[in-house]
Ligand binder design. Sequence first.
Ligand code: DL6
Length: 809
Amino acid sequence: MKKWQDKEEFKKIFTEKAHVLWEKELRDLTLNEVYQTIAYMIRDLVSEDWIRTNEVYAEQKAKQVYYFSIEFLLGRLLQSNLIGIGLEDICRQGLEDLGWKLEDVVPQERDPGLGNGGLGRLAACFIDSLAALQLPGHGCSIRYQYGLFNQRIVDGQQVELPDNWLVNGYPWEVKRVDKAVNVRFGGNAYMRPTEDGELECVHENYSSVRAVPYDVPVIGYHNDTVNTLRLWRAEYSREDLYRELTLGDRHRAFRYKNNVQLISRFLYPEDSTEDGRRLRLMQEYFMVSAGLQSIVRHYKRKYKESMYKFDQYIAIHINDTHPALVVPELMRILLDEEGMAWEDAWDITCRTVAYTNHTILPEAMEKWSIPMFQSLLPRIYLIVEEINNRWLKEVRRLYPGDENKARSVAILWDGQVHMAHLSVLGSHSVNGVAEIHSQILKDSTLHQFYTIFPNRFSNKTNGVTHRRWLIEANPQLSDLIDEAIGDEWRLEPSKLIRLKTVSSDSAFLDKLAKVKKARKEILADYIKKEYDTNIAVDSIFDIQIKRIHLYKRQLLNILGILHLYYTLKANPDLRVRPHTFLFGGKAASGYGEAKQTIKLINVVANMINRDKQVNKQLKVLFLENYNVSLGQLLFPAADVSEQISTAGKEASGTGNMKFMMNGAITLGTMDGANVEICREVGMEHCVIFGLRAEEVMNYYMHGGYSSWNMYSSDPRIRQLMNSLVDGSINGEHFGMLYESLLDRNDEFFVLKDFAAYCEAHTEISRRYANQKQWFHSSAINIAHSGYFSSDRTIQQYASDIWRIKPVKV
Ligand code: DL6
């Protein structure tokens, strides 16, 4: 890549580019135009490498993986791309000469509305690692016009505003009209005999949707690899619209046009209605069909190999079940377009596809009603039906008379299409995302499949990219690490383990403490600017940031805080170590309890922050609109990482890894990847509390837990529960939470774990009092975070599942 040699060259190219793009003098540019100008300059720099990367893959016929995910929660790309190509400093200096600060330009980029939570962020880390490791791997998803929503807090309550993230355009994308494909919906499909006695499928009266790809370069770290994230946008086909119009039915024509445009309009359309669910299914098929068609076309044109060898050159990964239609869609292509026999097509499909499960929550397991599925995707339904028939025949042959077995592995059952079952059956590999989660999949969620295909199952513990979450988010800490152990860890994060050698060195620990303080000051400045609130940087920054969900137990956290408040009120002379509790996260718009939890946090925060008797010791804030960019401010500033889900419920968590990478101490349950974090760092460098997953499971299976008993026996709990409904929290009532904790017997064991949680907090304060010991633990956490880099995870996927190798470009 021909890079800008120095800031002079940067300024020259910037000036030329800005003139061409905006037809303005530099002094008249808006900050957003400055940002876009640099983004286009980076695009220019990498364009040759981007072309070359694809050529080299094709020349070498390298096996490639395509990672299909309904979300890619990318975060901003300007700074990470500058870091990737090693030009951040030149850009910063050049901009300064021109009168701008890079720090002011970076926030001009809106976080792309292409994801919402852990699964989407994982996908973003994965494509980052693929490019960094020079592995031939690309992302495939949808170019949503609107993200989930922008969250505002009004009177303590979440208000959802449209996230029109594309409003100023997106300079990183390239529209590729020439690569558009058509996707079919509706109509009728049936099998008819051919002249030579075979059966062929007829699919007629369908409507076509044009899928147009927008490609985003995924730039490797200090190498020349540029992979692709391909995002599909739905457009109406002019011919179909014209046909409808010429048939004289203007209403039908406009309905067609509107329906098509809806497909890529919203990330996660509301699925409480039949229309919403239908739209989601359309999105899933749209992404899968467009993605697969383009992969097959590219394979045939560039690799010129037989489709019988497809799986030798192509791996397809389905990130949870949203892309599970890859299985029948690949079958459709192989059967209907390539004319293969069923057995061959099935064999190739299973060898190509691999599946990761990300949740065991029953409500998150995707199922579609058969009538809806059938009417929307008639040809795909026929294939799924055939897969199911053949499969159940086999199961009944293997387990004669065992209808329970058949039921528990069926794809079509009870009027529904079971997407997890389709995914397991149509893949050669199934993995969970942390050891405990993978074990739960084998022991319970997918146990019946496990008994049939034991070798198909494995674990791949998640990871996060240290390039974004350490190098970019925390340059102060990164520099300190360089000073202590050299900079090899930047390329090989496993080398972070070398920090152990200085983890007891007083001089190093003092510097680490200074870095933490500096990062807390940066966050405090942000909070002052955005919320006009002061937070004390010498208080413990205790942070819980993630989607709001009952199982993640933000409720436990806020009840703990409320109890601390009551204790301070009842004991005016009591002094505790000052704490700043920070929360962030969105609640699904239809999830009443989660929304009420947000309200509770805000009302309690208000009450505490205004109370002069306690607000020197306690401060609580809910930060609006938690997203990747806000995360980049929060993770580096944290002392304590709250990872307090009910054991057995959080598949892995990845925030826990970002916190530890930035030196926070985990306060958590034995859940998800916390278990492995604890094992790596040692129990003395994290604080663990609460029920274990087996105990939780035991209660679910055999009963024996009554939250009313907790209420009767623990006066603290009684006080807290009463306060939810008696108006003592600023006159507000939280009936839904009260019901879920008491009347519905506290499904997530908040009250059961309450006492242990309070003790864990006492332990945190005790440990924090010894600063040397605290920062020793902090250093140990950073040292072990190399294991939780997504580079390690991706290397495991690459060698064990995809069987792809690095390719030098
Ligand atoms: O694997 C990524 C991430 C895990 O870290 C979280 O524990 C898990 O909750 C999340 N799962 C989802 C599920 N979505 N669906 N379906 O986001 O995946």
